[in-house]
Design a protein around this ligand. Sequence first.
Ligand SMILES: NC(=O)c1ccc[n+]([C@@H]2O[C@H](COP(=O)([O-])OP(=O)(O)OC[C@H]3O[C@@H](n4cnc5c(N)ncnc54)[C@H](OP(=O)(O)O)[C@@H]3O)[C@@H](O)[C@H]2O)c1
Length: 239
Amino acid sequence: MKTPGTVLITGTNRGIGLGLTRHFALRGWRVFAACRRPSEATALRAVAAAHAGRVEVLKLEVRDQAGVETMGRELLSRTASLDLLVNNAGILPGDDSEAAGNLSIAPILDAFDVNVAGVIRVTQAVLPLLRKGSNPRIVNITSGGGSLKATSFRRHYSYSLSKAALNMFTRRAAHDLKPSGITVVCVSPGFIRTDMAGPEATLPLDEATEVLAGTFERLGPEQTGQWIDRFGQPSEFAW
Ligand SMILES: NC(=O)c1ccc[n+]([C@@H]2O[C@H](COP(=O)([O-])OP(=O)(O)OC[C@H]3O[C@@H](n4cnc5c(N)ncnc54)[C@H](OP(=O)(O)O)[C@@H]3O)[C@@H](O)[C@H]2O)c1
């Protein structure tokens, strides 16, 4: 039976990535769900078992260039094309209390390695498959913390700097890949209850990821280069 599409999602063992895996599977998509330690990913393996044949788990550490390339080759052996890549894996390292003058460099480099370089590594590894996809889309999960016009500076420096860079990568990649018909957007998912956001987050995971999956499914070339919210509307955040 023809599926609505094939998607690769990173960081799927918990949080938003796990919710998206479930909702894309429920929508009938073929889902490649990547995570660092598949053998320990109990919740993800339960989702895969509930949607047998539709959800396949892949090993992926986005910091590891060779490992990302191995994952790309593995994907190539399993599918002829990819319609959607969701760059979801992300970290929030460092300390909220830091301010200019006492910033540590290590968490900033960590955040760039995962939230920016990780996205670039994965995107480049699967681009040949996306080029063969139908209505190919790349979704980078960003945050209002990356807005240059942010008025609240609650979030860590490392996180904000890396998400601002991810937003710029989105704009540049959207421009470069437009002639190939590949749509590239960044999405603020909303304040969703996960390990990263904590219990004070306003949106339940299942509800929010159901909305996000529908939005990603509907994305099209007219949106390329945009920063959108979880409903697919232009984001309230300014670049
Ligand atoms: N929750 C929110 O309110 C919110 C708001 C704005 C943006 N976001 C963004 O949404 C994305 C997902 O966030 P979340 O809230 O679901 O966070 P989360 O619960 O902390 O989950 C993060 C996911 O990323 C994975 N990951 C981290 N480092 C990785 C690496 N080096 N290689 C591969 N995978 C890695 C984690 O895997 P492990 O379990 O192996 O660490 C986990 O699966 C992030 O990009 C985040 O910045 C979230």
